[in-house]
Design a protein around this ligand. Sequence first.
Ligand SMILES: [Zn+2]
Ligand SMILES: [Zn+2]
Length: 124
Amino acid sequence: MGHDSDYEPIVEYWVIAFFKSHSRNRAYYRQFTAAGFYEAFDIVMTFSEKTSCQILWYKEKRKCDSKFTELGIPLLESICTFCNKEFNNIEPIKCNYEKNDFSCKSEFCSLDCKQDHFYFKHVR
Ligand SMILES: [Zn+2]
Ligand SMILES: [Zn+2]
């Protein structure tokens, strides 16, 4: 690492907190990766335009208190386990199938994908 790289922002996890537009009694949290404040700012602005959510705050995950680092925070952009599409649902649809010690962590862009996944993975 030379001196020049001292000023390169590093890629790290950021946490965003927001209200859904129609309900202000619960804050939602998502995480995403960004290299530095300006990239994080861009991502947050794009998200707020796409969803019209009300952004409360966003900051580096390492600066958040331990409540956030221990939580499993969903990613801002998720990939559908079934069709591999990127999606931006505010609440991803989860499989949540459980059997013995196994619990399925798959997330889907639509209920159709969830049903197909469920049939192929857990029924057939
Ligand atoms: Zn899908
Ligand atoms: Zn599953």
